[in-house]
Design a protein around this ligand. Structure first.
Ligand code: FE
Length: 196
């Protein structure tokens, strides 16, 4: 750009783009509304939460999930774009997994939903690889020094989800109660399941 006009806010740019595409008749009728509905209602971290809860309850499901994340998520009906190659990363007491897309903003849409804004920020993408422990601390998560942090960078078609350790004291809980502990942040690895 030759001048120094700041770029318009994202919503304005999206609206401008939509107007032009409609004018050129490149957007089928209802496409935007349908896509928005799917993105907001169907692609949700609540799905990933159900996957984690089931994996905590069922050792058989857990091993299927770790063996083939895509088909294990599809068992629960969670499949579709950006979910063709889902890999579940298993936390252990000595290993904490963390997800980033250093190139852009990829997440496994069917189980994590669309990425949050901070996940797309240049700062997160650049820093979490080099100083993950510090970035997590700044985000309110302190991982003990003796726990390894493994950062997985989304590549090509692979989309990750974190399978966290089940919190102590939740052994008898129902799947629904367990799922309620899992947020999108937990599935990305920047938070741990909280029981209170
Ligand atoms: Fe990306």
């Amino acid at each position: 750009m030759s001048d120094h006009t700041p770029p318009a806010p994202i919503a304005d740019r999206a609206r401008a783009l939509e107007t032009v595409l409609k004018k050129k008749q490149l957007v089928p009728e209802r496409h935007t509304a349908d896509f928005t509905h799917t993105a907001e209602e169907e692609w949700s971290a609540k799905n990933g939460a159900m996957v984690v809860a089931k994996a905590w309850k069922s050792p058989e499901y857990r091993s299927r999930l770790l063996d083939n994340g895509t088909s294990a998520c599809a068992e629960l009906g969670f499949e579709g774009p950006q979910g063709e190659y889902i890999v579940a990363l298993e936390d252990t007491p000595s290993l904490h997994n963390l997800i980033v897309c250093t190139l852009c903003s990829c997440t496994a849409w069917p189980v994590l939903g669309l990425p949050p804004d901070w996940y797309k920020s240049f700062e997160y993408r650049a820093r979490v690889v080099r100083e993950s422990r510090t970035v997590l601390h700044e985000m309110g998560l302190d991982i003990p020094e003796d726990v390894e942090i493994r950062v997985s960078d989304t590549t090509a078609e692979t989309r990750y989800m974190v399978l966290p350790c089940q919190p102590e004291g939740t052994e008898g809980w129902s799947e629904a109660a367990l799922a309620a502990l899992i947020t999108q942040d937990v599935l990305i690895g920047v938070a741990l399941p909280k029981t209170e």
